[in-house]
Design a protein around this ligand. Structure first.
Ligand SMILES: C[S@@+](CC[C@H](N)C(=O)[O-])C[C@H]1O[C@@H](n2cnc3c(N)ncnc32)[C@H](O)[C@@H]1O
Length: 205
């Protein structure tokens, strides 16, 4: 979807409440009408990238109070990319990626509208050699990306190739539990919670 096609989507403004300054973005109205406030198995009919998921907001709130200035940051499965936008606002050099190319023009528009500099790329976790070549990154971000079992193996393989520190937010999906259990064999994992969302920090020292 190019910028011309973005113009054909009905977009609505949305204010994301954050520590410090809130963030104003546009999102597809179809996604806005389906807020992610139900059980964790709830699935929208619109594309997943078009919904403002609670995990993305929680991760963005973590980033809003972190020091990210000057860090090279990549986000996987970014969707509306609120964590990427907040990292860019904090002075990080950010690459927001998603396997669905339709997500990316709106990320770029929201960055522009907020006066933020950020790059985007279409990246599927199963075919990420070009992304690995752009690394290593100081920090890898991912929120609500473990809703299918297939993602567990894909991310366990990819993440160590991208960097040594990962922040992952998840609302408690079963695949995320399996992911964390296996990640602990290789990474040091600390678990926290923000707004009832699990925040996992993975490090390889
Ligand atoms: C539930 S949404 C979460 C979006 C965003 N991270 C958030 O928290 O608002 C999952 C996102 O992961 C992306 N995704 C799913 N499988 C993927 C894959 N194999 N490679 C890359 N992106 C993928 C989807 O396109 C979607 O944007």
């Amino acid at each position: 979807m190019g910028s011309a096609e973005i113009d054909s989507i009905d977009l609505v403004p949305c204010e994301v409440s954050l520590p410090g300054d809130n963030l104003r973005i546009l999102q597809p109205s179809d996604g806005a009408e389906l807020p992610d406030d139900g059980p964790v198995e709830w699935a929208p009919l619109v594309p997943y990238w078009a919904v403002l998921w609670r995990s993305g907001v929680a991760l963005a709130r973590e980033l809003a109070v972190a020091r990210v200035d000057g860090l090279r940051v990549v986000e996987l499965g970014c969707g509306l990319a609120v964590p990427s936008l907040v990292a860019a606002r904090g002075g990080a050099e950010v690459l927001a990626t998603d396997g669905d190319p339709e997500a990316l023009p709106l990320v770029e528009r929201n960055a522009r509208d907020n006066g933020l500099d950020l790059a985007t790329a279409e990246v599927d976790w199963d075919a990420a050699d070009e992304l690995v070549e752009r690394g290593p990154f100081d920090l890898v971000l991912a929120s609500d990306v473990l809703y299918e079992r297939a993602g567990v193996g894909q991310l366990l393989s990819l993440l160590p190739r991208l960097g040594h520190e990962v922040w992952l937010a998840d609302p408690g999906r079963p695949a995320a539990g399996a992911f964390v259990e296996q990640a602990e064999r290789r990474w040091s994992v600390s678990a926290d919670a923000r707004d009832a969302i699990g925040i996992y920090r993975l490090r390889i020292s």
